[in-house]
Design a protein around this ligand. Structure first.
Ligand code: NAD
Length: 523
């Protein structure tokens, strides 16, 4: 393992920046919680927490702003996203510093978030007008019944986002909601609230009217229910356990929700794979943001014929990962974000080792680098009964398994209640696509780890099974934030018996009409 020569230097952010961003929060400040930089333990801020009256005020303001915003032509709303895109790229130095400081990750992984927000902003800034334009399906009586289907914004959308990808998960889900004519009340995680506040600040500088995108601050278990109680739709990203609670709360109110939840994602190396490429990309796919990525790979199934070569290359590449989270691109993997993440990672590895697994790389904490650093870790010999076998670690730990056929690889990959992301490696892409079709996951990457599907934002992304309901990205990621309204205009004759016509004659006439329509192959 290549180590940093000194403790990471991410520490406090400039005071004036922190104060300017905190002033953006809907948080009165009667109560506050201290937030520390994971990589160093330095205090970032005393984060004010929102009271019930703060949350009320956020929703009242948002509702008023939303009514005005919904009347703004969609092309003007799209122009805000275009300017936001440019600001995020132009000011990436600032936002990368904030993300790194709050989340503890390396700069390269923070940059993935900048890229994510840029491509989402560009996509919805280009496609929103087309996706939101009314449709005119055939009416019940051709020519006489004119039908239009309109898209109406839901109103105020609650975006409840976690700490692991604080820019991407706060902004990329808010942008389509906003461009569709909604307001957003965000509840970012306390640990990474400044990142979300920076995004709101940048959006207003890009021309978003004040009050349309606000943030309330507080622990999810304390204010989450209050936010959901006032929202018209909920977009939630986090664990499957909390997703069930959110889904229940949304169900009680009969409002829609989109739940983006956990994963235990498999990577399959078929017998004809380019082993070196698979090993190199697997390192990125397993250890992005120290494995604190919902899409990250935690299980690798390798065909017997290439197992030894793959494991040798993968282990060597893992051992060469440079650990650190300085505010530059010197390091490939940063810190875990919380002590509880370090506890989970340590417990999963210790449990596996105690039950007979072998550590091929990593397997230890690195307090010499920072309080929550843990080496990227490869385990072999993991079996049923070990915690890491089925439970999401959400840390830099991956298990490698030997398989003897594509069927066995698929069967083992599918042996999980999760279904978020998967990766299949083969030189024969037709073969890989056939295997991909059999893997139960919302996204399957062929000859990539996660970024091919995730970064292709014109296509939907989301989970099967306990990995969630709902989708982000693509048309689905926008249309979930609107209700459809059908307006049908009847011209000439009404759809009823003509004056003097009996009901039975009406039924006979209509029966004839239905038969003619079918014969003419009309829809
Ligand atoms: P968590 O569910 O404990 O917390 C996630 C967020 O939800 C936190 O900000 C928390 O404050 C909030 N929260 C907790 N209880 C709440 C409640 N009752 N109401 C409203 N909000 C509440 O999860 P975690 O362990 O902190 O986060 C990691 C999990 O998130 C992992 O399982 C990971 O896979 C998942 N995740 C999924 C995606 C995705 O897109 N599918 C992306 C990132 C993370």
């Amino acid at each position: 393992m290549t180590t940093a020569p000194h403790l990471a230097t991410t520490s406090a952010l400039p005071r004036d920046l922190v104060e300017r961003l905190l002033a953006r929060a809907r948080a009165g400040g009667a109560e506050s919680v201290p937030v520390f930089a994971p990589a160093t333990g330095a205090k970032i801020a005393d984060l004010p927490q929102s009271s019930l009256s703060d949350i009320d005020a956020a929703f009242v303001t948002a509702r008023a702003a939303q009514r005005r915003w919904a009347a703004v032509p969609v092309r003007e709303r799209m122009a805000v996203l275009r300017r936001f895109h440019d600001l995020v790229l132009a000011e990436q130095g600032t936002i990368l510093d904030i993300v790194q400081t709050e989340a503890g990750k390396s700069r390269v992984h923070a940059f993935d978030e900048v890229g994510d927000v840029a491509v989402n902003a560009r996509y919805y800034a280009t496609e929103a007008a087309r996706l939101l334009s009314p449709r005119s399906p055939r009416g019940v009586m051709p020519v006489l019944t004119k039908v239009e289907v309109h898209h109406r914004p839901k109103g105020v959308v609650a975006v409840i986002s976690p700490w692991n990808y604080p820019l991407a998960l706060a902004a990329s889900d808010a942008l389509p909601a906003l461009v569709a004519g909604n307001a957003v009340v965000a509840r970012p995680d306390n640990q990474t609230a400044l990142t979300a506040l920076w995004a709101i600040d940048a959006a207003e500088r890009a021309g978003l009217p004040a009050g349309l995108w606000q943030a309330v601050l507080g622990r999810g278990s304390v204010i989450g229910g209050e936010v959901i109680a006032r929202a018209d739709y909920v977009d939630y990203t986090g664990s499957s356990a909390t997703g069930r609670t959110i889904g229940r709360q949304a169900g009680e109110r009969l409002i829609g929700c989109s739940l983006e939840l956990g994963g235990k994602n498999p990577l399959l190396v078929l017998g004809d794979a380019d082993v070196d490429a698979a090993a190199r990309i697997a390192v990125r796919a397993c250890f992005a943001s120290a494995g604190q990525l919902c899409e990250s790979i935690e299980r690798i199934y390798v065909h017997d014929g290439v197992y030894d070569r793959f494991v040798t290359a993968f282990t060597a590449a893992t051992k060469s990962v440079r650990l650190g989270s300085d505010l530059d691109y010197s390091y490939e993997m940063g810190s875990l974000t919380f002590p509880r993440q370090l506890d989970t990672v340590t417990a999963h590895v210790e449990d596996a080792v105690a039950k007979g697994a072998t550590v091929l790389a990593g397997g230890r904490a690195r307090p010499d680098l920072g309080p929550y650093f843990y080496e990227p870790t490869v385990l072999e010999g993991v079996r049923a009964g070990m915690t890491v076998h089925r439970e999401e670690t959400f840390g830099p730990v991956v298990s490698v398994y030997r398989v003897h056929s594509d069927d066995e690889a698929v069967e083992q990959a599918n042996d999980t209640p999760y279904g978020l992301n998967a990766s299949v490696w083969s030189r024969d892409t037709a073969r890989a696509r056939k295997v991909a079709a059999r893997v139960r996951a919302g996204s399957v990457n062929v000859n990539e780890g996660f970024i091919a599907a995730w970064g292709s934002v014109a296509a939907p992304s989301g989970g099967l099974g306990i990995s969630g309901t709902g989708r982000r990205h693509g048309p689905e990621g926008l249309l979930k934030y609107v209700d459809t309204q059908t307006i049908a205009v009847q011209r000439g004759v009404p759809i009823a018996p003509l004056p003097g016509m009996s009901e039975s004659m009406w039924a006979k006439t209509m029966t004839l009409y239905f038969g003619v329509m079918k014969a003419l192959r009309q829809k």
